[in-house]
Design a binder for this molecule. Structure first.
Ligand SMILES: [Zn+2]
Length: 353
């Protein structure tokens, strides 16, 4: 078929599944759209509605696919756009747009997921550090007071330890608190009957330490071991582990509000979560850091730096409880961890001599 009308666009035609290209012109011919060769013979032809016309992406050559699988390719994007507009096949064009949009949609979704991951991986830790830096001392105090209150009303009971026993532990506690960077005034030691939490010790972000009767009983006559555990808890406070945990739980929005100084509902939520402090377990890294802190503090106070390692031995020997609130779940003890403590204690002791 021969057409005398001006071509819609000039380009190349590729037979189905072939990279061979034939110089071609896209024309309207007999009510159809056709790709013609230089002799104006149809290479392919179809109704406009049967064509698959690629969406415009920058200046990338535009492809018009015929039902037989052959392609007409042109750099004249404007011409193809004009064809689409002229045909005024809005609905058809729109559906095509949607279909063509899918790869881009997938890209957008993938980018969103990647961004979310990046925020979680990098922005949250960064925001946590900023929040920790700008936290006024009153914030951990409020958190800790509310946490202790919640613990006392729900879980913990008054201690049944004798005054004499408490006194011995307190004496050791004072010596390590003194050796710490906050000093003795930075810490308060509380004895409580643990009940469901069993043998445990925890530190609230303001330096409030709690040790349960059950832990003291487990340690028996080895007061040094208890002091080692308290030195470990002091490590968690000095390294601001529990404050970080709460902030991590607060999420990005909460953190931004905190940093922005907006003591509104968001910040309040964060503070209320302080009550959940004791159920938050620390990362392995935080645990080893607190272990090292215990070794350093005990040595500095002239006490047994390896006492905390003995405690983990004891726990594994005597405790079968692997429940969520046991000290083993919040302070997982492993042979590697004990070895790391003993190695570090030996290393520091050797240096000190
Ligand atoms: Zn710990």
């Amino acid at each position: 078929m021969v057409s005398d009308r001006a071509p819609i666009a000039l380009g190349e035609w590729h037979p189905p599944g072939s990279s061979r290209s034939v110089p071609s012109r896209l024309v309207e011919s007999g009510g159809q759209i056709a790709a013609q060769d230089e002799t104006r013979a149809n290479l392919a032809a179809a109704d406009f509605g049967q064509l698959d016309i690629a969406a415009r992406v920058g200046s990338i050559p535009r492809r018009v696919e015929f039902p037989d699988g052959s392609l007409f390719e042109t750099t004249d994007n404007d011409a193809i756009d004009r064809l689409l507009t002229e045909r005024g096949n809005v609905v058809h064009g729109f559906i095509h747009q949607l279909e063509r949009f899918r790869p881009r949609l997938i890209l957008v979704v993938a980018a969103t997921i990647a961004l979310g991951w990046a925020v979680y991986r990098f922005a949250v830790p960064a925001l946590v550090e900023v929040a920790v830096m700008v936290t006024p001392p009153v914030v951990p105090q409020i958190m800790s007071a509310s946490a202790l209150k919640a613990l006392d009303s729900g879980i913990l009971d008054q201690t049944q330890l004798t005054a004499e026993r408490q006194g011995r532990i307190r004496e050791g506690f004072r010596s390590i608190a003194n050796a710490s960077s906050r000093g003795e005034a930075g810490y308060t030691l509380n004895f409580r009957k643990g009940g469901v939490v069993g043998p445990n010790a925890f530190a609230l972000p303001d330096g409030t330490l709690i040790v349960t009767d059950e832990l003291v009983d487990l340690a028996g006559d080895d007061t040094e071991m208890i002091v080692g555990v308290l030195a470990h808890e002091i490590g968690h406070v000095e390294l601001k582990h529990s404050l970080r945990q709460v902030y991590r739980a607060a999420g990005v929005a909460g953190l931004i509000m905190m940093i922005g100084g907006d003591i509104g509902s968001g910040a309040e939520d964060v503070l209320v979560q302080g009550a959940g402090l004791v159920s938050l377990s620390y990362s392995r890294g935080a645990e080893s850091a607190a272990d090292r802190h215990s070794v350093e503090l005990m040595l500095k106070a002239g006490r047994d730096p390896a006492a905390i390692a003995r405690f983990f031995d004891l726990l594994e020997d005597k405790l079968d409880d692997h429940g969520d609130t046991s000290i083993l779940s919040t302070h997982p003890g492993t042979p590697e961890r004990r070895k790391a403590i003993l190695d570090y204690a030996a290393e520091l002791s050797a240096k000190a001599q």
